[in-house]
Design a protein around this ligand. Structure first.
Ligand code: SF4
Length: 363
């Protein structure tokens, strides 16, 4: 289905009119039966969710603190990978108050391996704001939640709908994929109109089912069934799904433009002294991962005898590091670095690619 252009179909159009246009589009495609069935989707979906949802540690209650941490961890991380991190975090910081009293280094160490380190810093900043402005009680409306550092439209809607039943749709990649297939939406997923349509459709559904269930049901369907490849045979919505009925599931969602990743070559030194310690630094020349220790760069030494060890490619969402690792021994300790033993390094936050290299070297 191709939408009318954004200008001829503005985002604030009345819902009733939108439905009429939607109906006309479906009739034009000779798919009225699917349109009729679409009216039942929310009920089917929630029923399926209640019967099939996974037992996940952040679903044991609707505590917004627990949901918040899980949502931030889940950005770019699979649920199975996230669970041990989540459990360690909740053991260490079971409440907002515990979090607000945390030591930064300890917090960063717990987050190590999840990447996107600015997220953990924003979590700490948000916890301090909640302590100061909300007396350690998590705000309970999207408008207030969205003002916290590191929380955008998606996360604030997820927390507000899951924990406080607010009628606000949380639209992430999973939800976009499901909706683009249900409606065979030809629109680019990043277009404002796609977002406006999907959001208003889900919020319309929220008038007849609990927002907390619908939000989680859409996420769960996207994660477990309407995935890549889609498991349409066991999908509760298959009789209502435009892509399934028209045998075009693999055509949706429409591919988005991939940005090319910038590549960078970095020379890194594992520098040992004669007390079996190695050098770490907080100094770096990029904006990534501040607060995390790293092995020094080669350009941090004036002169040093090196041996090349290995090259490693580390891929971020937006760039690629080609890292050349060297080893060196120096006899004097330099005050430019901190010098640690392997054991001491285990309690410090260190960027993952360097941690992995250290593990290899010290096995
Ligand atoms: S029928 Fe297939 S494509 Fe349609 S919603 Fe279900 S899993 Fe997704």
């Amino acid at each position: 289905m191709t939408f009318p252009s954004e200008s001829s179909f503005p985002s604030l159009i009345a819902r009733r009119t939108r439905y009429k246009l939607l109906e006309a589009s479906y009739l034009a495609f000779n798919l009225p039966f699917i349109y009729n069935n679409l009216m039942q989707i929310q009920h089917k979906l929630v029923q399926w969710y209640l019967e099939n949802k996974r037992d996940l540690p952040f679903r044991i209650n609707q505590d917004p603190y627990r949901v918040w941490i899980s949502e931030i961890m889940a950005q770019q991380t699979q649920i199975d990978t996230l669970i041990p991190y989540y459990e360690r975090w909740m053991n260490q910081y079971p409440t907002l108050e515990h979090l607000s009293l945390s030591e930064d280094e300890e917090l960063y160490r717990l987050w190590e391996g999840l990447g996107y380190y600015s997220r953990v810093k924003n979590i700490k900043k948000a916890a301090l704001i909640i302590k100061q402005d909300f007396n350690n009680v998590f705000p309970n409306i999207k408008e207030d939640i969205e003002k916290l550092p590191g929380i955008g439209d998606y996360t604030s809607s997820a927390i507000a709908s899951i924990c406080f039943n607010e009628k606000t749709a949380a639209i992430d990649g999973n939800v976009k994929r499901v909706m683009s297939r249900l409606y065979t939406l030809d629109e680019n997923l990043d277009k404002k109109y796609f977002y406006t349509f999907v959001k208003s459709q889900i919020e319309e559904w929220m008038n007849s089912v609990e927002p907390t269930h619908l939000t989680q049901a859409l996420m769960e369907l996207g994660a477990l069934i309407c995935n890549k490849p889609a498991k349409c045979d066991i999908c509760p919505l298959k009789s209502m799904c435009n892509a399934y009925v028209t045998n075009t599931v693999n055509d949706y969602p429409k591919p988005t433009k991939q940005l090319s990743k910038k590549e960078e070559t970095i020379d890194i030194v594992l520098c040992m002294n004669n007390q079996n310690q190695f050098a770490l630094t907080l100094d770096h020349n990029d904006k990534l991962m501040s607060g995390y220790y790293r092995l020094p760069r080669l350009d941090q030494f004036n002169q040093i005898d090196l041996t090349f060890d290995k090259s490693v490619k580390h891929i971020f969402s937006h760039k690629i590091w080609n890292i050349n690792f060297y080893v060196a021994n120096i006899n004097e300790s330099s005050s430019d670095f901190i010098w640690v033993t392997k054991k001491e390094s285990e309690t410090l936050p260190i960027i993952t690619v360097h941690r992995n290299y250290l593990k290899e070297k010290f096995i």
